[in-house]
Design a protein around this ligand. Structure first.
Ligand code: SAM
Ligand code: SF4
Ligand code: SF4
Length: 339
């Protein structure tokens, strides 16, 4: 009797939206709490965190992932807020992995990661992204409202040591903040196999510091990086919206993510699940589908599956930020949606 390979199985159960995009990636915000307060992510005025009972439990998250996996989900990223603020993170990672998810990653600010990297790896985590927007200690403190950059460097080393690799570093270049460090970040790839990912600054939620002239487009980033050497285009399969390059002779990779200047919506493969249990088909749309209430009211797996499939079907073709940048202003902060 012939058995189907994982590839054939994935193909059989792939779920497509109304624009024929295959949707197989879920970003889950497991908490809206954070131990930092980055100026480009959280509004100055205190935002009201969800109450503990409003946040999805581990069991609810895992149940949803299991159902989504049965409908073609292959890739999960755990984010927040700061995901390591959640005490049940290790068992959550292990249970998500047990559903059969092949690619399980996590985005963290790196403040608490050095202590937990080994245990996360043991639980089944495949990779991490660490956010770091400056290499200057004082500036880091200012951007994050008090963070200690040494802890982030320790985490980067530890993550590498335990084999949660390749180490990916997320940088949001912002004019007047860290624009003069773009070349230094890219230069880290000369001697280390780091993936440095430059992400355009997005006008999400009540972000007071977002202004068009503070954004540095992917094109400008490329221009700066090109001064360091010849850029070779790399082609990775299934690596999301990042356009990847290597400076000739360098070990690491530079990724350019341009949600604004050159949006990649045509290739979008993702949904988000907010920490309070709403599926968000598109980052830049306020449309959400509640799965927590039905789950807590005793919905069957079939009913949850219908909600998942519905969220895929109503996914919009693209965001409208190039037409109307204010269209995202009514949304929650990035820390609440899950970046
Ligand atoms: N706390 C974790 C961290 O900082 O890595 C995970 C959550 S954070 C919201 C996820 C990613 O969103 C980070 O890499 C952060 O730099 C990015 N981010 C936050 N606000 C952003 C914005 N306005 N534009 C672009 N990226 C943003
Ligand atoms: Fe910074 Fe991440 Fe916290 Fe936002 S969620 S304030 S990006 S550490
Ligand atoms: Fe996908 Fe919406 Fe982001 Fe476009 S804006 S890439 S459709 S989530």
């Amino acid at each position: 009797m012939s058995t189907l390979s994982q590839k054939q199985l994935d193909k059989r159960i792939s779920l497509r939206d109304s624009f024929n995009r295959r949707i197989d990636y879920l970003r889950i915000s497991i908490t809206d709490r954070c131990n930092l307060k980055c100026i480009y992510c959280m509004p100055k005025k205190r935002i009201q965190n969800f109450k503990g009972s409003e946040i999805l439990t581990s069991e609810e998250i895992v149940r949803f992932v299991r159902i989504a996996h049965e409908n073609g989900l292959r890739k999960v990223r755990i984010t927040g807020g700061e995901p390591l603020m959640r005490k049940d993170i290790f068992s959550l990672i292990a249970s998500i992995k047990q559903t059969g998810i092949r690619d399980l990653s996590l985005t963290s600010n790196g403040i608490m990661l050095s202590k937990h990297a080994g245990e996360l790896k043991k639980a089944g985590l495949d990779r991490v992204n660490i956010s770091l927007d400056t290499m200057v200690a004082e500036k880091y403190k200012a951007i994050t409202n008090g963070g200690d950059i040494n802890r982030v460097w320790e985490s980067i080393e530890e993550v590498e040591r335990v084999g949660l690799s390749p180490v990916k570093i997320n940088v949001v270049p912002i004019n007047g903040l860290n624009n003069e460090e773009i070349a230094s970040f890219a230069s880290l790839t000369f001697n280390k196999n780091y993936h440095i990912r430059f992400i355009e600054f997005m006008p999400v939620g009540c972000n007071e510091i977002w202004k068009k002239d503070r954004c540095i487009s992917a094109k400008e980033v490329m221009h700066i990086i090109a001064t360091l050497g010849t850029l070779e285009r790399l082609k990775f399969r299934g690596q999301g919206p990042s356009r990847n390059f290597r400076i000739k002779g360098a070990q690491g990779v530079i990724g350019i993510i341009s949600p604004l200047s050159d949006h990649f919506c045509n290739f979008c493969n993702r949904l988000r699940l907010t920490s309070d249990g709403k599926i968000r088909p598109c980052l830049f749309s306020g449309v959400e589908i509640d799965i927590k209430t039905p789950m807590r009211n005793g919905a069957s797996d079939y009913e949850i599956e219908r909600l998942f499939c519905h969220s895929v079907k109503i996914k919009p073709l693209r965001h409208l930020l190039s037409e109307d940048v204010t269209s995202s202003r009514s949304l929650m902060a990035m820390s609440q949606i899950g970046g």
